[in-house]
Ligand binder design. Structure first.
Ligand SMILES: [Zn+2]
Length: 130
């Protein structure tokens, strides 16, 4: 019986792991940094089912020192969808207004049936205090 010896190849052991650690996502900047002059921002996430029925409300209040994380996980049947209203908040700030409403629909595939979209809806109300 011939014996096979597998030659162990030692791949290049570069500094990749550590470099990746350094390249981690930077923490979000604060409200004060991203939206100068704003003293408070209230973000209301009103989630609606695909049948347009109220499903869940999430309200977040941001003060100037809070990190700007304006995203919320989709509570629908996709399991991995996200609603991010950062651009809406920026548009509101730049436009000089104090209230904005934003409507989104989740287009992630439903994990129960990937051939159909999740179809959960979000009505987001943003209120800015300067
Ligand atoms: Zn979804």
């Amino acid at each position: 019986m011939p014996t096979f010896y597998k030659k162990r190849r030692r791949g290049p052991s570069g500094p990749n792991k550590n470099e990746k650690k350094v390249m981690r996502r930077q923490p979000e900047s604060s409200l004060r940094e991203r939206f100068p002059g704003v003293t408070a921002l209230r973000v209301e996430f009103h989630f609606l089912s695909p049948q347009n029925e109220p499903y869940e409300d999430v309200v977040r209040n941001f003060s100037p020192s809070d990190p700007c994380d304006f995203s919320a996980p989709c509570p629908g049947r996709c399991g991995n969808g996200h609603f991010d209203v950062t651009d809406a908040a920026r548009a509101l700030h730049q436009g000089g207004g104090d209230t904005a409403e934003e409507n989104r629909v989740c287009r992630e595939p439903a994990h129960t049936d990937p051939s159909v979209p999740c179809d959960f809806r979000l009505t987001c109300v943003l209120r800015l205090t300067r």
